[in-house]
Design a protein around this ligand. Structure first.
Ligand code: M6R
Length: 611
């Protein structure tokens, strides 16, 4: 995790670094720092706390004069959040400064070696070995920065993205990455590096994506690339279409609320271009009908909310296309030696396209010769680039740590894929496909109506800001919805919550129900209504207060539940897209009611690029 940014050009660097870091704060926010060359030497300012503390410390960058600099916002891995552990880090004579995002796995071994050679460490970070190692090779190899960088990347193991300044070369910035994201922005009045595109959008839409173990060397007027043997390489730049407003709050109190409101558009953008003349066309996918028919089994690997969409997808793919589906948390998949046989398709779902475990799951499948498909939001991200096939979710930039619109787009992308597979494999008729597509096309309006009618769930949320435990229950797809509803609540409100397959209650969990415990029951699968309603009766008779989320025709439930939120009618396969909306809104308003930092919950970061 962590965000890094760098600038070299005509303008003052520090304000540009602060602005870029503000767009990367979702990657980590326990400390922040900047290094700027002031004409004579490199000056570092760094501090524990949010970026605003660094802005105050440097008077919005005004106290740091200079035209070249690197900045960092940290999510601590090695060493607690503290001023000394904050980045950038200096070598001993303060002539080299480094910011890093990632983990240097062999840092202890390198630290011991460097200490034996007389290097003294000030921090507990793994990054400090990089700056001392640079110092060592720089002085050993004729003070050549490029040679020093290549030597370092031959020695360090793990995942990293680095921004580097050398005081002896005050017009040049160096950057390199391996398994952690890094892009180069081509500006008119200078060039930039950043962990993610939104950090440079204000200055440019033209970027280079740096590949593993490639080195970028930037000056005000030039950008050159080298491989790890210092041979020059040519790269093509990419144009980014995102609008900068998409990465701003636009009048909403929080990014999460803005992104909840953006769901109808995001879902429409993901669905509409793929429905043509009553059939499904996923242009970028590049899978022939022959390839689709050859799939014998699907494995889905993902993390967090993306994993929850995979759990839903199992029901949808198996129900519609009759293909067996196994769903794994990517962190489990990568270490459980999965049985991947000929005819398997491994689908990896990820908003960021950079999640370390998801990327590792993808690579494992590729190493075994299995076809991989990435369902990804960030264009040009590692998973998008490395997967054999890719399908984009068109959610636009998602900033709040708690995912909403990307989750909704992942769901509909998988419905489209399942319908495509079902049609090609002859499991549904053209008429059935037409009906399903019609249901999908009206989903955005239905989502919109749920958001517009948020007041009931908002009021309900205000009553539960002091809850200690909340349980979410459901069966089938309703269980998958419960998993996400529970995560949405706990990650931003810090209220303990659990999701259970409703049939499991009697096998242990029901003993936790006390007078007043809130149970959110998701009841959208018609054939399972009666079963879940019996579970509602059971928890109520033990004192639970039950909030039910159900279909608009299930008014019978009012006899059993204490509070009911209705969702509009849709296919039973698509109910997740609607039922999740009130649960997102519930989590959001509980967090707001508790006065918490909704967009940046404690201990979390938006993209988890380390294990
Ligand atoms: O970028 P990814 O979709 O791969 O991220 C996966 C999870 O880290 C992510 O969904 C996480 O669980 C969300 N913050 C939950 O809201």
């Amino acid at each position: 995790m962590c965000g890094i940014v760098g600038y070299v050009g005509k303008k003052q660097a520090a304000p540009i670094l602060l602005d870029g870091l503000s767009r990367l704060e979702y990657r980590g926010y326990d400390s922040a720092g900047m290094a700027v060359y002031d004409g004579e030497k490199i000056v570092i300012n760094k501090t524990t706390g949010r970026l605003k503390v660094l802005s105050e410390l440097t008077h919005d960058g005004a106290t740091m004069s200079g035209h070249i600099g690197i900045g960092h916002t940290r999510w601590a891995t090695h060493g607690e959040p503290s001023d000394v552990n904050a980045h950038p880090h200096f070598n001993k004579d303060q002539s080299i400064a480094v910011v890093q995002n990632g983990i240097i796995e062999n840092y202890l071994k390198l630290r011991n070696l460097l200490q034996d050679r007389g290097y003294q460490f000030l921090s507990e970070t793994d990054t400090e070995v990089v700056v001392h190692l640079l110092d060592y090779y720089y002085n050993r190899y004729d003070k050549n920065p490029l040679t020093a960088v290549t030597k370092v990347i031959h020695r360090v193991e793990g995942s990293y993205a680095l921004g580097i300044l050398f005081a002896d070369h005050p017009d040049v910035m160096y950057a390199v990455r391996k398994d952690a994201p890094l892009i180069v922005g081509i500006g008119e009045e200078g060039n930039l590096i950043a962990s993610d595109v939104p950090a440079v959008l204000k200055y440019t839409r033209d970027v280079f994506f740096i590949e593993n173990e490639e080195i970028a060397v930037l000056t005000e007027k030039s950008i050159e690339f080298f491989n790890m043997d210092a041979d020059p390489i040519r790269k093509e730049s990419k144009h980014i279409d995102w609008d900068i407003n998409a990465a701003e709050k636009g009048g909403y109190e929080h990014f999460m609320l803005k992104e909840i409101y953006e769901q109808p558009k995001a879902v429409r953008d993901t669905i509409s271009p793929r429905i043509r003349d009553h059939s499904i066309v996923i242009e970028e996918l590049g899978m022939t009908d022959e390839e689709i028919r050859a799939v014998k089994k699907i494995h889905i690997a993902a993390c967090g909310s993306a994993y929850h969409t995979g759990v839903t997808s199992k029901y949808v793919f198996e129900g519609l296309a009759r293909i067996p589906v196994e769903v794994d948390l990517a962190s489990e998949f990568r270490y459980r030696d999965p049985i991947l046989e000929e005819g398997a398709l491994v689908i990896v779902i990820s908003q960021s396209g950079e999640t370390a475990d998801s990327l590792a799951a993808l690579r494992l499948a590729k190493d075994r010769g299995i076809t991989t498909l990435g369902i990804v939001n960030v264009v040009g991200s590692s998973i998008a680039r490395e997967a054999d096939k890719v399908m984009y979710t068109w959610a636009g930039p998602e900033i709040a740590v708690a995912t909403t619109k990307a989750y909704s787009c992942q769901l509909v992308a998988q419905y489209l894929l399942a319908l495509k597979f079902a049609q090609v494999r002859g499991q549904i008729t053209d008429e059935q496909l037409g009906e399903y597509l019609h249901e999908m096309e009206i989903l955005p309006n239905q989502i919109e109506s749920l958001i517009d009618n948020k007041h009931k769930i908002q009021k309900f949320a205000n009553r539960y800001v002091a809850a200690k435990d909340v349980f979410f229950i459901g069966r089938g797809i309703d269980y998958a919805i419960s998993l996400e509803g529970s995560l949405k609540l706990k990650e931003i409100s810090y209220i303990h919550s659990e999701a259970y397959a409703a049939g499991e209650l009697k096998h242990g969990t029901i003993s936790l129900i006390e007078d007043g415990t809130l149970v959110a029951a998701v009841v959208t699968q018609e054939e399972l209504y009666k079963k879940t309603i019996s579970n509602i009766v059971e928890v109520r008779s033990r004192g639970a207060y039950v909030l039910a989320v159900t279909n608009e025709d299930n008014i019978e439930i009012e006899k059993t539940a204490d509070c009911v939120i209705y969702i509009p009618k849709t296919s039973s396969y698509f109910t997740n897209s609607l039922a999740i909306i009130p649960l997102q809104i519930f989590g959001y308003y509980v967090s707001v009611g508790k006065g918490l930092d909704v967009d940046k919950p404690r201990n979390l970061a938006k993209s988890v690029t380390v294990e």
